[in-house]
Design a protein around this ligand. Sequence first.
Ligand code: S3P
Length: 173
Amino acid sequence: MPSLEKIVLVGPMGAGKSTVGRLLARELSLPFKDSDAVVEARSGVDIPWIFDEEGEAGFRQRETAVLAELMQEEALVLATGGGIVLCEKNRRLLQQAQAVIYLSANVEQLLKRTEKDKKRPLLQVANPREKIQQLLAEREALYRQVATQVMMTEAQNPKVLVSAIVSRLRETA
Ligand code: S3P
């Protein structure tokens, strides 16, 4: 397959970016990175701590610095945080990838996959369903704007989804 060395997954919290990304990286024999994990590693603290101490704005600055750094890598599959598309600079950086895959999911699915999670500060609210809906309304167009490929994740297990992604990558490479 010709150079498909930088592949990025975008999409909302709970879409399965890390799970799918890890499997996809294995399938394509590429290294896997997760921008949230790199932010935590560089900061030495976790994401809830950053949101508490520096607010969302502080987290976004750290996220952009990490994305710029990761886009310098020659080859990787990168799972990004759900808000990566908000910043224009990030959207420009994502153009350096050969493929940007938007993992799309419905609100029910996102709610189910995130409801027990305490590590996502934006969802620690009285009505997470409403918050997920609001975030999707704000971000959906941006995910589509940066994406070279949109994958619906409903009712597909991650392995099936990864095969479909690989087929699509091979068709378009
Ligand atoms: C966020 C998504 C999270 C993480 C942070 C903010 C968002 O990543 O970056 O909590 O704004 O949607 P995941 O999408 O991996 O949960």
